[in-house]
Design a protein around this ligand. Structure first.
Ligand SMILES: Nc1nc2c(ncn2[C@@H]2O[C@H](COP(=O)(O)OP(=O)(O)OP(=O)(O)O)[C@@H](O)[C@H]2O)c(=O)[nH]1
Ligand SMILES: [Mg+2]
Length: 329
């Protein structure tokens, strides 16, 4: 007998699948149970849900420590995860407050931020996940920052242009990351040496309105211009923030692609986000493995095509803004 489950059931089921904690899972399962029609066709499903709730309750009671994930493991959402790192008082939190809608603590005293805090930054048609982090300096070693950065898609290093020691502070962080096999670098690279991970990084000089900012910036440029793109802002005076967003997007090396159905208009809402250099094959794989398996060819509108509606194969490399029509067998 078909179960005929209502939309509210499917919504709760989706919540269940996306839940991170047993408590959230139990809540979603209870909702699923409450809203499902009770008849012969759903007997087995009802029993399954009750059993699952009982198991989760058991788990939650037995091993509260075992399910704890480290605080620096933050679920990735949006087009990429980007920790914002730097010495005390550089304006990391202030920058995040300016470019996202998140409420973060900004204060005159150092070490204001204690744990990692995610916030979404809208950029054109995508959202980039910034993570506010505690200051890292000689006085205070944040042991988990390299771990967070290792898993990240890019990194923002914030220097304080009003601080004569800015160059040393940034060098301290870069060196200590490297000692933990996290290499902050300007552009994405496929090179791998042993356990080393390369993280594309943007260096931001903040407080550019400060009297001594020019000199401090010159020092930073002398040391790091070959290594990182450098972007100069004044969060206090809301200067350079659009350039910051664009520079971060560039460093992330993202390709945004839209899809369309044959004979229909393209859906220009939310793009698929792929690493630069991705192919038609990669796009199909990202959408669904069945689409990938039955892919015949694609038609293409945009930068990477020679003409509108050009027919291309799986290996065709996509460009930012391309519109792709996938044809399957
Ligand atoms: N003059 C000036 N001050 C700024 C600017 N941006 C931020 N500040 C100030 O710098 C101080 C530190 O800002 P925060 O955003 O808390 O700095 P943080 O890097 O998050 O500091 P911690 O969390 O303690 O590591 C605050 O008093 C801000 O108002 C700027 O562009 N110019
Ligand atoms: Mg802070």
């Amino acid at each position: 007998m078909p179960a005929n489950l209502p939309p509210v059931y499917h919504a709760a089921e989706k919540r269940y699948r996306q839940a991170n904690s047993p408590e959230e899972k139990i809540e979603a399962l209870r909702e699923m149970h409450a809203v499902m029609p009770k008849h012969k066709g759903t007997d087995k499903l009802q029993a399954d849900i009750k059993r699952k709730i009982a198991q989760l309750k058991d788990q939650a009671k037995k091993a509260p420590a075992a399910r704890q994930v480290p605080q620096w493991v933050i679920e990735k959402v949006g087009a990429g995860q980007v920790p914002v790192i730097g010495p005390p008082n550089a304006g990391k939190s202030a920058l995040i407050a300016e470019v996202t809608h998140a409420e973060v603590r900004v204060a005159e005293y150092p070490f204001t931020t204690q744990g990692p805090a995610p916030a979404m930054m809208p950029f054109e048609n995508i959202q980039i996940q910034l993570i506010d982090t505690p200051a890292w300096s000689e006085e205070f070693d944040v042991g988990w920052l390299p771990e967070l950065t290792r898993r990240a898609d890019a990194c923002v290093l914030v220097a304080d242009l009003s601080d004569e020691l800015a160059e040393e502070m940034i060098a301290f962080i870069v060196d200590h990351m490297e000692a933990r096999d996290v290499v902050l670098t300007g552009s994405v690279s496929d090179e791998r040496e042993g356990f080393e991970v390369y993280v594309p990084t943007l260096l931001v000089g903040n407080k550019s309105e400060a009297a001594n900012a020019g000199g401090v910036l010159a020092e930073l440029e002398r040391r790091f211009a070959d290594r990182f793109p450098i972007c100069v802002v004044s969060v206090g005076e809301s200067r350079g923030l659009d350039e910051f967003k664009r520079a971060l997007f560039d460093v992330m090396a993202i390709t945004r692609v839209f899809t369309k159905q044959p004979g229909k208009e393209a859906d220009l809402g939310e793009p698929f986000v792929l690493p630069a250099g991705s192919t038609v094959h990669d796009l199909a794989a990202k959408i669904h493995k069945e689409i990938l398996a039955s892919l015949k060819y694609a038609r293409l509108w945009g930068e990477s095509g020679r003409f509108k509606g050009q027919r291309v194969g799986e290996d065709h490399v996509l460009a930012d803004g391309d519109i792709v029509e996938l044809h399957t067998r």
